[in-house]
Ligand binder design. Sequence first.
Ligand SMILES: Nc1ncnc2c1ncn2[C@@H]1O[C@H](COP(=O)(O)OP(=O)(O)OP(=O)(O)O)[C@@H](O)[C@H]1O
Ligand SMILES: [Mg+2]
Length: 224
Amino acid sequence: MLEVSGLKKRYKEKTVIDQLSFQMQRGEIVGLVGENGAGKSTLLQLLATIMQPTEGDIQLDGLSYRNDRKKIRRKIGYVPQDISIWEEFTVEENMLFFEKLSWKRRSKEQCRQLCLDMQLTHWKESVQSLSGGMKRKLNLAISLLHDPMLLLLDEPTVGIDLKSKTEIGTYLHSLAKNEGKMIIYTSHDMDEITHICDHVYSIGKDPFYTELLKGKGVAVEVIA
Ligand SMILES: Nc1ncnc2c1ncn2[C@@H]1O[C@H](COP(=O)(O)OP(=O)(O)OP(=O)(O)O)[C@@H](O)[C@H]1O
Ligand SMILES: [Mg+2]
């Protein structure tokens, strides 16, 4: 279970996140919506332990982000908004390189299977020859190497075609429902969000997304 309470993040004099609280259970997918600059990536970075909050606390399965950061890191998979893989290496070389850095040992076949699970079949191809959607799939596969329980995905489907989007959505759904992972992801695609998420949270002051989703009959909660 993830519990976020009274979270605040200030960059110098600018407060981006204020009094943000929510909870989620294993097996749930949460969608985060909000205008550009609302603080979605900031929230994911706080949850990924990359930044410290100005105030507030986060707990993951009873472990506090204040006291147990090392243990918590092992339970988190994070894919940043900007793709971060080795462009000049093949898919195979990327997977095997990141497996070496991972906390969990995986065989070559298991690494390959992680890619195949989301229809990434270009094992021997160099990353620079892959499409944007395939690169996003590879980044996602890398984030799963250590079998994290909490998966934080910053716009995992931006700029990719409907087929890849659907494949990623189906895969995320199976990770949550069959393996009990908690998934939080951001997207500006409201159809996708409404389709695969159990809960949709809106952050930021602009009511645009909240109204849009309510108009589609989707329950959306404003969390900060
Ligand atoms: N490291 C930083 N230092 C100072 N300000 C920052 C920093 N990172 C983000 N900000 C500011 O915090 C606000 C929220 O940024 P953030 O990237 O979290 O928004 P976002 O909701 O992810 O937006 P987008 O939809 O464009 O990805 C923005 O005003 C941004 O300029
Ligand atoms: Mg962002």
